[in-house]
Design a protein around this ligand. Structure first.
Ligand SMILES: [Zn+2]
Length: 502
């Protein structure tokens, strides 16, 4: 059995002013051909593919595995370059028995709403219709009919914060091997749900997604489904085929369809449970004054989350903290993407006083730079290894970075965005989140995997940005209507009979 294996993983945010380039992949995770096998230390989908292949003595043919921090749309030329590398690798052999591929599922190009679907079409063109293809997706995928039509199996992550990247790869590989051996011939059924809900409440260990997963597992246990996936789509995509979804891979197409319908209806019924409480910065500063409180207060500026494709360059929280004088009273840790300011601080050097303009180098429509004065406390090359804040074992690349001390406030400036939800980020520059009074992360929910070990004082901020939880603030124009929360019409009726209540 000869299986082509690879992955192209990035999440897009169509409201973000950032445009993604190939460098975003090259500086994060970019392996071609045999390099892929040399870097299996990260607990990603690839590790799971290889684990299953070793167990079943299957030969994997590596193609390309590239992963980038989320961003705005990807440029057309960049997408074509990635496809060309994939084709070149696939062309090393004339035929395959199957294809295993990892995608995010919410990847948008400048001129294509469904970059993942485009990659799958390209793979299909190369290997032919009869070769089984199984993919993995992030559970924030916007699953399209085109994706489903082109695969023989599809499996999403089951956890959020995501911790099952490798496990998902492992399950997908086993599914593909069974299909290639002719043991099963599954159908894939997709049911879209006309709702988008804040990612801040997509976690799978409590709340609505946990309840939905309990139902999904029952369907698998009674044999209706071989593999069920629930996709609470990341909500920052203003595109035509947008929505949450349930996908069921089953041997009986009718039962699979019924199960997808059942779970989709249940997801819709829980839509209001996803609402999330948002706090202003002044409200958070009041909470900091509580003398009884234990552990750091962790606040998320999720509206500016690089993990959700925002630039990570907002200074909104810094500006408000300084206006309230918080830097005189509390040890605060903040981070910000600002290449020019980071480079200026690095060239000044540790121990030197600096005057900097910081913020909104990319998101110019969201805010503008402010002037700060401080002392450079640390300079570095910006590399750190993730623990559990994202794919364990992957190495982040913040580029040149510096910590600027403004009173008791430590501002980490970096050239490149990174996932900010792992305390390893601050620790890599000599800052200890557990000992701070206030820690800012820019992450919807993934940060909880590590930060909930440090504290139970966790709050989501009401701030401006491309990945705000306050979805009605975003200028959606292209999504299908009705769509919750903009409309709250009855799901399941023909679209024509849906009544808008907004
Ligand atoms: Zn995700």
């Amino acid at each position: 059995m000869k299986i082509a294996v690879g992955g192209l993983i990035q999440e897009s945010n169509t409201f973000s002013e950032a445009i993604s380039t190939l460098d975003d992949f090259k500086r994060y995770f970019y392996r071609i051909g045999d390099q892929m096998e040399e870097t299996l230390q990260a607990e990603n989908e690839l590790a799971g593919f290889y684990r299953a292949a070793r167990e079943q003595e299957v030969t994997l043919i590596p193609t390309i595995f590239a992963h980038a921090v989320s961003s705005g749309k990807i440029g057309r030329r960049m997408l074509d370059e990635l496809k060309a590398v994939l084709f070149e690798q696939l062309d090393r052999y004339s035929s395959y028995d199957g294809v295993l591929f990892a995608l995010h599922g919410a990847w948008v190009a400048e001129d294509c709403d469904d970059a993942d679907g485009e990659i799958l079409s390209a793979i299909r063109e190369k290997v032919g219709r009869s070769v089984p293809v199984v993919i993995t997706l992030d559970s924030h995928a916007n699953v399209t009919q085109s994706m489903v039509d082109q695969v023989d199996g599809l499996i999403g992550y089951r956890t959020f914060p995501h911790t099952d990247y490798a496990e998902t790869g492992y399950r997908a590989a086993k599914l593909l091997f069974s299909i290639v051996r002719g043991e099963i011939q599954p159908s894939v059924r997709l049911k879209k749900v006309p709702m988008i809900v804040p990612a801040e409440n997509h976690q799978t260990y409590r709340g609505p997604m946990a309840e939905l997963w309990a139902e999904a597992r029952q369907g698998e246990e009674c044999g209706v489904s071989l593999a069920t996936s629930l996709f609470a789509v990341q909500p920052w995509l203003d595109i035509a085929e947008m929505g949450c979804s349930a996908v069921v891979v089953g041997t009986d197409p009718n039962l699979a369809e019924e199960e997808a319908d059942r779970l989709a209806a249940m997801m819709w019924s829980k839509r209001r449970q996803f609402e999330v409480a948002l706090y202003t910065v002044p409200a958070i500063v009041e909470l900091l004054a509580d003398p009884q409180a234990k552990g750091p207060l962790v606040a998320s500026d999720s509206a500016d989350s690089p993990g959700a494709g925002s630039p990570g360059d907002s200074n909104f929280v810094l500006r408000e903290l300084l206006a309230l004088g918080a830097e005189r009273r509390y040890d605060c840790l903040l981070s910000m993407v600002d290449g020019p300011a980071a480079r200026k601080a690095v060239s000044a050097g540790a121990g030197r006083a600096v005057k900097l303009r910081v913020g909104h180098t990319i998101s110019t429509s969201v805010g503008s730079a402010i002037d700060v004065e401080g002392v450079v406390a640390h300079v570095g090359n910006g590399a750190f290894r993730f623990g559990g804040g994202t794919v364990a074992g992957l190495v982040a690349n913040m580029g040149q970075c510096a910590v600027v001390q403004i009173g008791r406030l430590s501002l980490l400036l970096m050239e490149n965005p990174t996932f900010t939800g792992d305390p390893a980020m601050y620790r890599s520059v000599g800052l200890e989140p557990a000992e701070a009074n206030f820690v800012l992360v820019k992450s919807a929910n993934q940060f909880r995997a590590e930060y909930e070990r440090l504290t139970d004082r966790i709050y989501i901020l009401d701030t401006p940005g491309a990945s705000t939880a306050n979805l009605t603030r975003l200028p959606f124009r292209n999504i299908p209507r009705p769509m919750y929360p903009f409309d709250d019409s009855a799901f399941g009726k023909p679209a024509a009979s849906w009544e808008s209540t907004s």
